[in-house]
Design a protein around this ligand. Structure first.
Ligand code: B16
Ligand code: MG
Length: 229
């Protein structure tokens, strides 16, 4: 079935807020005396705030009460939202604006599917609050990636079946969510090497829309396809 909708992850795909997440968790972990590295941070990509905290606390030597956990999540979110204040349209990652424009020109529906409860703030800061046909985010869902809920909701809001959708993701949890929701998936950044990706690209800057809409060809195979009008 041809691809008539593209669902974009937000953090790490549209904008590099993944680095802000890392800095905020790192500050919290340092304050709690827990060792937390960039390598550890890879496991947090795409998963919810509460699950991220559990992954970090699993490295700690003591048990934490639910009250303490709630306070830690609040503190991390304050650090994170403070760093979002500097966000602007200039932070949109290379290739994104071109791809969104070309998809719209081709009549392809576009949506956001993000685990983040901060999605509305981020979209507003980067000037894309009304750029998408649908947005599904951490405020709408019960189960975070790798569960497919957020992508299925985005597809439903677009009026599309999963088979018509391609997801763009930077996280292994997101690739798993897309695949288990019955969608094709383009892995970018760290997810480009994943065996779960139907298509991959180091960055969207080098991705052609005609390749993306083929859904299951790699860039070399798609070279020579006629340009889209
Ligand atoms: P928040 P995505 C995810 O966004 C992030 O990758 C993940 O690191 C974060 O824990 C999660 O959002 C929740 O974010 O604390 O802002 O609700 O990659 O699904 O766009
Ligand atoms: Mg992401």
């Amino acid at each position: 079935m041809s691809i008539t909708a593209v669902i974009f992850d937000l953090d790490g795909v549209i904008v590099s807020t993944d680095e802000f997440h890392f800095q905020a968790w790192k500050r919290l972990a340092d304050e709690a005396g827990i060792v937390f590295t960039r390598h550890d941070n890879e496991a947090l990509r795409g998963v919810s705030r509460a699950e991220s905290l559990e992954i970090i606390l699993a490295k700690s030597k003591r048990l934490w009460s639910q009250d303490e956990k709630n306070r830690m999540m609040e503190t991390k979110n304050t650090y994170y939202r403070d760093s979002l204040q500097t966000l602007s349209p200039q932070d949109i990652l290379p290739g994104v604006m071109r791809i969104l424009k070309e998809l719209k020109q081709a009549g392809v529906a576009i949506a956001i599917g993000s685990s983040s409860k901060n999605t509305p703030l981020i979209l507003q800061k980067i000037g894309l609050a009304s750029a998408f046909d649908a947005v599904a985010d951490g405020n709408d869902i019960q189960k975070s990636k790798p569960d497919p809920e957020v992508f299925l909701l985005a597809a439903q809001r677009l009026g599309k079946s999963p088979a018509e959708c391609l997801v763009v993701e930077d996280a292994e949890a997101g690739l798993m969510a897309a695949r288990s929701g019955g969608m094709r998936v383009l892995g970018v950044g760290g997810a480009a090497a994943s065996a779960l990706a139907d298509l991959s690209a180091p960055t969207l800057a080098t991705m052609e829309v005609q390749t993306l809409l083929k859904g299951d060809l790699d860039a070399e195979e798609a070279v020579g396809l006629p340009a889209m009008s």
